[in-house]
Write a protein that binds this ligand. Structure first.
Ligand code: GLY
Length: 593
């Protein structure tokens, strides 16, 4: 049996010789097997901070701010403005979102809600036609579809409360990119091509992104956005007042008047950022901190983790049919509750404590049959005890001191409503479509909504955005989030489970194929790359499988194993994304670890 090949004998001889002639530390290197990684995919490693976004230019802007001594909030706000220029399909000034800020020194996490608000003139039935059906064109592609934007106010709130650098300094990179241009990526040009029929209908938008023959500006061409540069300079010089009360507000209102929209100067002046208490849960000894309503994401992440904690997922195996079955059943039950219990907490009492309680998680887990899929028709939203769309963009940042930001913001659809504010160069959201235009019917993401999310003046539409932090002993070990409409929540769930249960590094945890289920439609979406054998077993368990070529979310994660040890991974599902570390640890050092 002891028959070594000529090659093996030669290798041993070479190693033996080197053991004699090389110094001790080099001998260690020789003894290290050439390939001994535990994962196929590896994160970027750094000592002094990490930035992960869906756009390489924005990642560089954020990393430069960290390298200059800015904190995670400074970098996040600079990224927020930069993405409005370099990733116009989701980065924005005309939308809104949610930011979690973890302050390492105080051991405190803050949730900043800068979600859009319905204009004062919005009405419950504003999107219903004469036959009482939802008019989707009105709800998604008209001036009526825009909520009052929150991004500029949100960025200002974050910077002035938790940042260290000046407003003008933070906005300057975005101004320069809008004014001097940046090379259009294949991804941006391709998306403009895919949506050209719809997007070329808006004159201002067409002039920025398309050539005279209505083909998209090609990859490699510099994209110049002079109107957007003007807007950013106004915001830089006059603060959020420029947007909510000044020259930009005038342009927004003029745009509304041409398109019969509802947003008035009074709506803009009344816009308010709200700092909220995050929702918190625990999962196998980790603390999970996430966004509270009006995002549904945080509640349902904790609810699903509570269900899954009752099972030994690690023993079942990553992406095994058994673990995917349990995750699907948890997703199904969480989305059923979403349809009824979630809405803007300023207008509706959301039973948060009950939904995220361990007891309710255990009760839901006890309904799961490990050998059969439960038809969604057998799953109803639970009754609380009496005592109690598809583009968006996410970025994660951590600085050298361990301050962290998880930010998800959006204009809802890719390129929002497709309406650019004339003379101001930014796109308006179509976030009013995230309300339940007719409670009991589904929105663009197939999500059913209830009375809790009916349209009301000044209300914030329910969201799936899920910026999330996972802490161990008070230190963030995972800062994460994703775009993807309803798929955000399930993509983030899998990022957490991959880190905690399966001990995957952030790159591996982000890259692995994912699933998605949202109660209705009663279909399990399976990403390309999932084993056909696994899919076969899931079918045999009774799941209706939809295997599409579409991917699910785009998770942007930062990991940390303590001070001076940061890991970053941009999801390869978004071709323009990049993780950039500050004081990067070279791959050779990683190999020797
Ligand atoms: N517009 C998608 C979301 O907020 O979830």
């Amino acid at each position: 049996m002891n028959q070594l090949s000529q090659l093996q004998k030669l290798t041993i001889a070479v190693i033996s010789l080197l053991m004699i002639v090389l110094p001790a530390h080099a001998q260690d290197a020789v003894l290290t097997p050439i390939v001994r990684y535990e994962g196929i995919h590896h994160p970027v490693l750094s000592r002094a901070g990490m930035v992960v976004t869906q756009n390489a230019i924005a990642s560089q802007v954020g990393a430069d701010i960290l390298a200059r001594g800015g904190n995670a909030v400074d970098a996040a706000v600079a990224i927020g403005f930069t993405l409005a220029v370099t990733r116009p399909r989701a980065g924005n000034l005309g939308g809104g979102g949610f930011m979690l800020v973890h302050l390492a020194g105080e051991g405190k996490t803050i949730a900043i809600d800068y979600r859009e608000m319905a204009p004062a003139a919005a009405t419950r039935d504003m999107f219903l036609d004469a036959a009482d059906d939802v008019d989707n064109t009105k709800a998604r592609f008209s001036h009526l579809s825009a909520g009052v934007p929150g991004t500029v106010a949100g960025m200002h709130y974050a910077l002035t409360h938790y940042g260290t650098m000046s407003w003008a300094e933070i906005i300057q990179p975005a101004i320069e990119l809008a004014e001097s241009g940046f090379p259009i990526s294949y991804d941006l040009s391709g998306r403009l091509d895919a949506y050209s029929k719809w997007l070329t209908r808006n004159d201002a938008l067409r002039a920025v992104f398309y050539l005279a023959d209505l083909t998209p500006r090609p990859a490699g061409e510099l994209l110049l956005q002079p109107d957007l540069a003007w807007t950013l300079k106004q915001i830089s010089a006059y603060g959020p007042d420029a947007f909510y009360r000044g020259a930009i507000a005038d342009k927004i209102v003029a745009e509304m008047e041409t398109g019969y929209g509802l947003i008035t100067k009074a709506d803009l002046a009344a816009y308010k950022v709200t700092e909220r208490e995050p929702v918190r849960g625990t999962y196998r000894g980790h603390e999970v901190i996430a966004m509270p309503p009006p995002s549904s994401g945080g509640i349902h992440i904790i609810q699903m983790l509570n269900i899954l904690e009752t099972y030994d997922l690690a023993a079942l195996g990553q992406n095994s049919a058994a673990s995917l079955h349990l995750m699907t059943e948890a997703m199904r039950r969480a989305f059923a509750d979403r349809s009824q219990h979630l809405g803007d907490p300023d207008h509706y009492t959301v039973p948060v404590d009950w939904l995220i309680s361990k007891e309710y998680g255990q009760a839901l887990a006890s309904e799961i049959d490990p050998t059969h899929a439960t038809p969604s028709s057998d799953v109803s939203p639970g009754a609380p005890a009496p005592y109690e769309s598809p583009d968006t963009t996410h970025f994660s940042v951590i600085d050298r001191d361990g301050n962290a930001v998880a930010n998800t913001y959006t204009i809802n659809f890719s390129f929002g409503s497709g309406i650019m504010v004339s003379g101001a160069g930014f796109l308006l959201n179509n976030e009013m479509d995230d309300f339940s235009a007719k409670p009991g019917t589904a929105n663009a993401f197939g999500l059913l909504g209830g009375e809790a999310n009916a349209i009301e003046p000044t209300k914030r539409p329910l969201s799936s955005m899920t910026p999330t932090l996972v802490l161990k002993d008070g230190q963030p070990i995972l800062v994460t989030g994703s775009p993807g409409g309803s798929r955000i929540i399930t993509a983030v769930l899998q990022a957490i489970v991959n880190a905690v249960d399966f001990n995957l590094n952030v790159a591996e945890g982000v890259h692995r194929p994912r699933i998605h289920h949202q109660w209705y439609p009663d279909t399990l979406l399976v990403e390309p790359g999932m084993s056909v054998d696994t899919v076969g077993v899931l079918k045999a368990l009774g799941h209706e499988i939809a295997q599409t070529s579409r991917t699910s979310g785009s998770v942007q994660s930062v990991g940390s194993s303590g001070p001076g040890s940061f890991y970053g991974a941009a999801d390869p599902r978004s071709p323009d994304g990049l993780a950039i570390g500050v004081d990067v640890i070279e791959a050779s050092a990683f190999m020797a670890e």
